[in-house]
Design a binder for this molecule. Structure first.
Ligand code: GLN
Ligand code: ZN
Length: 761
């Protein structure tokens, strides 16, 4: 039985690539240095997989920035504004597309399916002149070969490439991206021929768009593409790899009838229905790459369960045609458990990062070939059993409380307009009230204080003094600027999820469990391993302190349950909804404690609610139902006079507007400054929104200071579609990453613009 890995993290076990990239971008090291670090990382990954016994080891899964951008470079589809004149796409052009340069902004970036990875969106139009302009795939294949590892080169499939692209600016609406297929395929043919000539005997096309709800003409494109490639592909084993969800039945039928394709990879962790499709019929003589080891999570595989799945599949496809694989690229999991020095042995025994998953895949393949590593399997069974029975995992009271929520509904008794009236009596805010989203700039000095406190280099007393001083300054600044609803600035928080996770039970933290988010940026998601509870109040101390420094309302600042869930590695031994309800109950207690402490405006951020939306439309309703319910649970117990805000980092919520309304927050602040039109169209289409709404008027992602007139203009545009008594004026997200030299003038202009328009109303 053979084994395969779909793809592997590039950053390195200690984010070596991140540091090499950033040093190169800062001009502190040369292109050669960057290439050397990268080649070393690739070599160690290939050798590790070869050493573990993996048969089909991927190459070209490394990237200096993003694999979709690599495909764009390969196709020579560089947008004209980067001034590229042909030849091989080198670092300057490549990184300009990724990050922009002094004169040209970067290409757009968007989320890779439902992961936290972001790719660079290709911009295509009818005039793109596709030419073979990056030989990275064949170079990496040869590089591995020179190290004695015969790899399976991985390319983004041509159809997914086009389906993930967008039309370039100014291109006619009638233009269809799929019309570019023949031109794109011409380059793919050259790449394949090159790989063949270099000695490759297998090739992997990642076609993850196959798991989406595709219209039939899009499915037809797969047939057209692989038929067109047939003669070039002949003599090669061709794997079409899918991941992240079930493959719909029609897509399954389409691809399994492709004659030029000899192998199919499916995600059998998320794709349990795909399993049924395979059992219902699989083309004879073809290979099945069975993705049973989860590429999206950090839990140790249930090896016994995987063995029985694989044995059942053996009966369908035949022993020699079954290959054990990962459910997706391991890009979406942490790199190596070996570097976790702070996790205790029990928790560690429950986990597997990328390096450990490689070993699991191989152990499964060996076991099916009759070489079962008994010790490895029994250690795995023991770890699973210990997780099931560990008192650290189960908290009866929490289980009961969460179970009691199911099936019931939670809504504040009074409707939002009446609540807003009651709140206004208490808060007495001007029309178009001004506020900010929570964080204020985090200076080097501030980060140092937090770090030293964590490392016990300064005492609690010194820490409290320093943070209090920071809050005092933030409050003073806001009073000076004449902002209406203040924030404390979040100086005590490193990260909006980690801060809460560290104070809740059921969470564990890694030291090196980084996952690439985009480019050199990585996130380190907490691990939710057990029932979640709140041993004591988490934010009351700082919020009360901040409120005591001002007569103006001070917003309590919390992260909502759905966002905590979606930005963590979540346990898989119970439904996500159950874990979310548990977090909701913990946040509910915090909300009520803040209210008791005299905080009358509380913001519960749900920055990531939209991110958790399942890939398939058929699953949206269920997700939105329990996630919105979880949010409502957090504030169902407050008085009418307590104003609940929520914040979301996006504005395209046309498709989920009814769920947003159903959250029943008193005020919602959202991102908007880069997409006025899209947002306003929701309201133009007649959605009645009675709650307060603050569409961001200042783009905090850019250092640019918006002039007063521009902000005033934005407010006026909004007033054309929204009632004046529900409109708030605020930036579009937290100010954490900005500098005070930017924030002070920007907020000055924001308040001036609000006052200007107030006077006109
Ligand atoms: N309150 C958080 C902040 O201001 C919200 C951040 C976010 O939405 N990503 O930093
Ligand atoms: Zn935000």
């Amino acid at each position: 039985m053979a084994s395969h890995i779909v793809g592997y993290p590039r950053m390195g076990p200690k984010r070596e690539l991140k540091f090499a990239l950033e040093s190169f971008w800062d001009g502190k090291s040369s292109a050669e240095d960057l290439k050397k670090v990268s080649a070393d990382l690739r070599a160690s990954i290939w050798k590790q997989q070869a050493g573990a016994g993996i048969k089909y080891i991927p190459s070209n899964t490394f990237s200096y920035y993003d694999q979709v951008l690599d495909a764009t470079a390969t196709l020579g589809a560089v947008p004209p504004r980067y001034g590229w004149t042909g030849g091989e796409v080198e670092f300057d052009t490549y990184f300009s597309m990724a990050r922009g340069n002094a004169s040209v902004p970067a290409m757009e970036m968007t989320k890779w399916f439902d992961t936290n990875y972001h790719f660079i969106v290709p911009e295509l139009g009818p005039d793109v002149n596709f030419t073979y302009s990056s030989h990275k795939a064949v170079e990496e294949y040869k590089e591995a070969k020179a190290l004695g590892v015969d790899t399976i080169p991985v390319l983004i499939g041509p159809v997914s490439y086009l389906l993930l692209s967008k039309s370039a600016k100014g291109v006619d609406k009638s233009f269809s991206l799929l019309s570019l297929l023949p031109k794109v395929l011409a380059v793919y043919k050259e790449v394949v021929a090159d790989l063949k000539a270099a000695g490759a005997s297998w090739i992997q096309f990642d076609e993850p768009t196959l798991v989406l709800d595709l219209e039939s003409h899009k499915l037809q494109a797969f047939t057209d593409a692989y038929e067109e490639l047939a003669s070039t592909l002949s003599g090669l084993n061709v794997l079409i790899e899918t991941y992240f969800a079930d493959v719909p039945a029609e897509a399954y039928r389409t691809i399994t009838s492709l004659s030029s394709v000899t192998a199919y990879g499916f995600d059998l962790v998320r794709g349990t229905k795909t399993l049924d499709l395979i059992k219902g019929g699989f083309p004879s003589g073809k290979y099945l790459f069975a993705g049973v080891v989860d590429g999206r999570n950090i839990w140790a595989n249930d090896l016994a369960a995987s063995i029985s799945t694989l044995q059942a599949l053996e009966g369908v496809v035949g022993k020699d045609k079954l290959v054990v694989s990962t459910s997706s690229s391991l890009l979406h999991t942490a790199v190596d458990l070996v570097n976790e020095t702070k996790l205790d042995d029990e928790i560690k025994s429950w986990l597997a990062f990328a390096a450990q998953k490689v070993v699991e895949v191989n152990a499964l393949a060996n076991a099916l070939s009759g070489n079962k590593d008994e010790a490895f399997f029994s250690a795995n069974a023991a770890a699973l059993a210990s997780r099931k029975s560990s008192p650290r995992v189960t908290n009866e009271a929490v289980q009961k409380a969460a179970a009691a929520l199911k099936g019931s509904d939670h809504r504040r008794a009074t409707n939002v307009s009446a609540r807003l009236d009651a709140q206004q009596k208490k808060l007495n805010l001007p029309i178009l009230p001004t506020t900010t989203i929570g964080s204020f700039p985090q200076t080097v000095e501030l980060r140092r204080v937090r770090r030293e406190y964590k490392a016990k280099k300064i005492s609690e007393e010194e820490y409290v003094k320093a943070i209090t001083e920071e809050i005092r300054q933030v409050v003073e600044l806001q009073e000076e600027l004449d902002i209406d609803v203040l924030v404390h600035g979040e100086p005590e928080r490193n990260d909006m999820v980690e801060y809460f996770g560290e104070q809740l039970s059921g969470f564990a933290f890694t030291v090196n469990g980084w996952v690439q988010s985009y480019g050199s940026r990585c996130v380190k998601p907490p691990i939710i391993y057990g029932d979640v509870s709140r041993p004591k109040a988490m934010t009351v101390f700082w919020s009360s302190k901040a409120q005591s420094l001002t007569k103006r309302p001070m917003k309590g600042m919390l992260t909502g349950p759905v966002t905590i869930l979606n930005w963590s590695f979540v346990r898989v031994d119970q439904p996500r909804s159950e874990t979310c309800y548990q977090i909701a109950l913990a946040i509910k207690d915090e909300v009520e404690d803040l209210e008791k402490a005299g905080i009358s405006v509380i913001q519960i951020d749900e920055a990531a609610l939209r991110e958790g939306l399942p890939l398939r439309k058929s699953e949206h309703a269920d997700y939105l139902d329990w996630s919105v319910h979880s949010f409502r649970i957090t504030n169902v117990g407050v008085q009418d006079t307590t104003q609940i805000h929520t914040h979301m980092c996006y504005s395209h919520f046309n498709d989920i507007i009814h769920s947003i309304i159903d959250m029943d927050a008193d005020v919602i602040t959202i991102e908007n400054s880069r997409s006025d039109e899209k947002l306003l169209s929701v309201f133009r289409e007649g959605v009645k929104y009675g709650a307060g709404i603050g569409p961001g008027v200042y783009d905090i992602h850019s250092p640019r200071i918006p002039p007063t007139e521009e902000i005033a203009d934005r407010i006026n545009k909004m007033l054309a579609v929204l009632e004046k008594n529900i409109l708030w004026v605020n930036p579009d997200c937290g100010l954490k990453t900005r500098k005070y030299t930017e924030v002070r003038p920007a907020l000055t202009n924001l308040v001036t613009a609000a006052k200007l328009i107030r006077n006109e109303l």
